[in-house]
Design a protein around this ligand. Structure first.
Ligand code: SME
Length: 148
């Protein structure tokens, strides 16, 4: 994790455009953390009460637009809280991207106190997420907030 934090810092401090930075963050997390099988960003879609898919790495998803309140992502758009789902099969309000996905974590991104989006991680393993994941993802969300 220590090395990943450093590599994330270098990436955010680079001259790349915002979209490219976010894409590289997804790639780095996906490649370096074995239990991260899908990594992506969703952002609030203008004035609409919905999320729109941003940069991501992993299988293509049907869920490019997610209404607020729907699925894990849509619930985080409303609750403003990190949502850790150790076992997606136990969730009623869940949007499946892939039958391989067993668990998920979604961490909101705040800009000037407003919930503007989130980072979403899917895993093929049941219950893999710890406080270390939450800490890493929260620090990434704070850095995203600074460049967006
Ligand atoms: N599973 C999410 C939908 C997004 S995909 O994981 C890429 C949800 O329930 O909101």
């Amino acid at each position: 994790m220590e090395t990943i934090h450093k590599r994330i810092d270098i990436l955010f401090n680079s001259d790349a455009q915002t979209h490219e930075k976010l894409q590289k963050v997804c790639q780095l997390l996906h490649d370096e953390i074995p239990h991260y099988n899908w990594v992506g960003f969703y952002f609030t879609n203008g004035d609409k009460k919905e999320l729109k898919l941003g940069p991501y790495v992993g299988a293509a998803t049907d869920h490019v637009i997610i209404p607020f309140g729907k699925g894990i992502c849509g619930q985080v758009a409303v609750s403003n809280e990190t949502f850790v789902v150790p076992d997606v099969s136990a969730q009623d309000n869940y949007l499946s991207c892939s039958i391989e996905t067993k668990s998920e974590i979604v961490v909101p991104i705040f800009k000037n106190g407003e919930n503007i989006g989130q980072i979403d991680i899917d895993s093929h393993i049941i219950n893999p997420f710890t406080e270390r994941d939450e800490e890493l993802l929260k620090s990434i969300c704070e850095k995203v907030s600074e460049i967006i």
